[in-house]
Design a protein around this ligand. Structure first.
Ligand SMILES: [Fe+2]
Length: 477
């Protein structure tokens, strides 16, 4: 490994405490100074829990969370009640040239610049933005893909080594930014995804069959490229939010603020038929959202569960992404017949990263889960997701599990119990950073989160705060 000089982390609040990168790759088995398991790991689980997130390798000259940092995947593999951990950077073309030159070669999303001649001569991509592959990791059509949203996917092997860029056998063209938030339909196994471009047409809905072959590519007319991070299947429709949030690349390359927020405009919502029919547009007073939780269709109504926020974080402070506002779970109802939009706040708890049983993605379901905070001190760089919240969508009941003061829990992933169809028989997995206990992976019972972890898998090295995680059924090394 290239020796790495220390990094001045003081340039961003999102490079400090457990946002700081780890600069080494590790593997740990149970015992002998490796993983320590408290409780009992379910013996019937075979597969891997994987989480992606930003992890800089070299001194940056500018940093904007959550948009910067090379992707690093942390994985815990399960087989017969035994576990194994490893972490690996996604070796993108930009990452490799920086390893070769021993320095950072690209700007940040908040301070965009073209790579210099030495970088280009060394074979570095000529794009002003480095494909970070840092946002999500999904397993579909027997391909394990690290996803960003402004470039192509990077295929990984089960052991997290990087294979290279994946364009779905030429279905994607240069300049197509593949979303980091595709959804796998619980009914058909199809991957519902999209690409966005800097030039028109800005948005293309795509459907890949369960084997990963494209079966539909449909341009959806958009007046501009808005910040559209996520998408949601709702029965026969795909729902996307079109907020009045835009990016100005030219401003970003000349030292200006690359983020534009027109808070005086309404937010628009688009429901696109999955069969390729004409989209239906709705309007709602301005809001912003990074993430959906789930959605479903009942007759002519679409139900969309998501995490609401008033404005995008970068509208508060474009230099750091630092935000001081709440985020709450909401249910939006779209009436396809009348065009009416209703919206309900499902509780006061500050939360993010909503998830549900993926077998019910796009279908009626009962339980939603999210990383959550039960204190009011979330208005700093550490979002303080000190726990997990469960929403019972049938009764309105909420339950909370608290990992303790100062803890930070990541996205809670519902892992189905392979021996049961019931949502509540599944497990809830997440990485937790704890001020006294260090890093551990938590396994809660989806049906009884208040019981506390069924197992804690302590990891000797730090697992920085990150983004999205998924369960990869059957994937082992
Ligand atoms: Fe996301």
């Amino acid at each position: 490994m290239t020796s790495r000089p220390s990094i001045d982390l003081s340039i961003s609040p999102y490079l400090q405490a457990n946002y700081a990168p780890v600069l080494e790759e590790h593997e740990w088995d149970e015992g002998d100074g490796g993983l320590r398991v408290e409780g009992k790991v379910p013996e019937n689980l075979i597969g891997a829990f994987m989480r992606n997130g930003p992890n800089i390798a070299w001194q940056p000259d500018h940093y904007v969370y959550p948009a910067d940092g090379d992707g690093m995947v942390h994985a815990v593999y399960f087989k017969g009640g035994r576990v194994h951990y490893r972490n690996r950077w996604v070796r993108t073309a930009g990452f490799l040239v920086e390893e070769q030159l021993g320095r950072s070669c690209y700007g940040s999303v908040g301070k965009i610049r073209m790579p210099d001649e030495e970088t280009l001569a060394a074979g570095g991509p000529g794009s002003p933005m480095k494909n970070l592959a840092n946002t999500n990791i999904v397993y579909h059509g027997e391909k394990l893909l690290a996803l960003w949203e402004v470039g192509s996917a990077y295929e990984l092997k089960a052991d997290l080594s990087t294979v290279g860029e994946w364009d779905y056998d030429g279905a994607l063209m240069p300049g197509d930014g593949l979303t980091a938030h595709p959804k796998i339909c619980g009914r058909t196994g199809e991957l519902i995804t999209c690409t966005q471009r800097w030039d028109a047409p800005y948005y293309t809905l795509r459907i890949m069959d369960k084997n990963g072959r494209q079966t539909l590519s449909r341009v959806v007319d958009m007046p501009d490229r808005a910040v559209m991070h996520d998408m949601q299947i709702c029965g026969d429709y795909v729902v996307i939010f079109y907020p009045p949030a835009f990016t100005n690349l030219e401003a970003g390359m000349t030292g200006g603020n690359p983020f534009i927020w027109h808070g005086e405009r309404p937010s628009r919502i688009c429901a696109i038929p999955r069969d390729g029919g004409d989209p239906v547009w709705f309007e709602k007073p301005t809001f912003f959202s990074w993430h959906f939780t789930n959605g479903f269709q009942s007759g002519s109504k679409l139900y969309v569960d998501y995490v609401w926020m008033a404005t995008p974080p970068f509208s508060n402070d474009p230099n750091s992404g630092l935000e001081r506002q709440t985020r709450n779970m909401h249910r939006m109802t779209l009436d396809l017949k009348t065009g009416e939009v209703t919206d309900e706040k499902l509780g006061p708890t500050y939360c993010e990263f909503g998830r549900a049983d993926d077998r019910l993605c796009g279908l009626q379901y009962r339980y939603a889960f999210a990383a959550a905070s039960d204190n009011s001190e979330w208005d700093g760089p550490n979002h303080d997701y000190n726990g997990v919240i469960r929403y019972d969508m049938d009764t309105g009941d909420t339950r909370f599990w608290d990992y303790g003061k100062g803890a930070n829990a990541g996205e809670p992933v519902h892992v189905p119990n392979p021996d049961s169809e019931r949502e509540e028989d599944g497990y809830l997995m997440t990485f937790v950073s704890h001020p006294e206990e260090g890093a551990f992976m938590s396994i809660l019972s989806a049906g009884d989160i208040e019981r506390g972890p069924l197992a804690k898998i302590y990891i000797p090295t730090r697992v920085p705060n990150g983004f999205h995680a998924n369960w990869m059924p059957g994937l082992t090394i």
